[in-house]
Write a protein that binds this ligand. Sequence first.
Ligand code: TXA
Ligand code: MG
Length: 348
Amino acid sequence: MKTEIFAVDGQKPDMSVIRRCADIIKNGGLVAFPTETVYGLGANGLDAEACKGIYEAKGRPSDNPLILHISELSELSDLAKDISEKAKLLISDFWPGPMTLIFKKKDIVPDAVTGGLDTVAVRFPENRVARLLIKESGVPIAAPSANTSGKPSPTRASHVEYDLGGRIDAIIDGGACEFGLESTIVDVSGEVPCLLRPGSVTVEELREAVGEVAIDKAVLGKLNEGERPKAPGMKYTHYSPNAEVTIVRGEGKVQKITELANSAVKDGKNVGILAVEENKALYEGFNVLFVGTISEPESIAANIFKMLRKCDYLGYDYVLAEGFEEKGIGLAIMNRLKKAAGYNIIEV
Ligand code: TXA
Ligand code: MG
């Protein structure tokens, strides 16, 4: 299959491109498109066959359900039922934006989307290209992140092309994603809202909006044998570069990273270090990729997937990553990094 790539202006996209891609969606095809979080791989969310195509293109396990994307709030009630007062508070504070909510589903939502669950994940993105594409398609768009299953999520059209070129119909290139981490997922199908995946809308912000918010155990660390995360996708290894990744955290991290890097270089390994720009001068002589600045942690969120991908492109086989505090956006950054590292963390 030839994958068509259309570059558009993210603010003022060429409507003939949007219409052409909407036609592909309507006809059961697959189109990757930008959102403010990461690129999504879109299909008609009411067409079970089209959704199966998503699983095939990504190599995604079929029990991992998809998020349905809407372009107007009024479309929510077509898909979800029993929308609680707390859900409404979250909607009014954070939609459109980088947050996904889990509701009890209506019958119109196919099992191919929900993996057989009685709930459905819905997101109302802010990104203009995404919203226009959904609107022109006239259907909710099912879209997981547009990466090969297990690889870091794509924050640039080039990442999508690298993973899925030749396997999907089209890619709309609307530039780099603003936030760079997948949406915050909150389950609002029960009494107390529960955070299933941390993201750019932080748990602190959620609590300010609705009061009590529970945190699913899978958000913080590795689950034990037999435990299940509430978001099925949280159980899979994710975001992993080919390299072995180790996170080093705490006061003595620079010294420890230097020590480990030196000894790995001696063993003939191609070593990379993921560090913040403030520590630039401290790793002289090593391959360092800068993930952003600690003074502006949003910059780390926006860059982390790009840098994890870069580790592959540069052929690193051992990567040492500086760890961060798990508060604010740091919770989401560390959640992704820990998975990339297979929960391999050294505290010093
Ligand atoms: O930012 C995002 O959310 C991006 C963009 C494209 O919108 N999408 C995304 O989709 O990250 P994906 O498929 O990579 O991750 C969706 C997560 C998975 O962990 C999945 O298990 C969970 O959402 N999920 C979907 N439906 C669910 C449901 N009904 N109950 C619990 N978890 C659900
Ligand atoms: Mg994903």
